[in-house]
Design a protein. Sequence first.
Length: 171
Amino acid sequence: MVRGRAPPGPQANHPQSVEPHRSEAAGFSVHQRYEWSYLYAFARPKTGEVYWLILPTVSAQVFSMALENFAREVGAGKRKRILLVLDRAGWHTAKKLKVPEGIHLEFLPSHSPELQPSERLWPLSNEGVANRHFGEIEELEEALAARCVALGDQTEVIRSYIRYHWWPNAA
């Protein structure tokens, strides 16, 4: 279920306009006309539960914030430990990443997205936004949030996508 967004502040705001990138040496300029949103997913293969966040970027700082939000939501701390299995994306392994108490990160081998259960969620989440036009980034985020909420009621479907036969039963 989509349960939160980035708190207000500069890191949470989408740019209203993006300054064009100019290359004097090449003699041309490029005007970036896109805004981006990123869907974060914390999935539990055993139950099919997914904790979703829609955030404006991927970085160590934003992932730290996502981890903190997730830890608070699930009650991770001294008495409750959570093991998160992650790929080796730069923002997952950054030295300045802040990992909350009660969260332990375990990394998969490099270049092995097929081992990451949450990678299999993206086709399901994309169904709510594929082949549609959105005039504003907020419209896209609303559609994506609605899709994530709908998926929250489909834990067996989610589980069938992310529960590998070799995955530990404790997960």
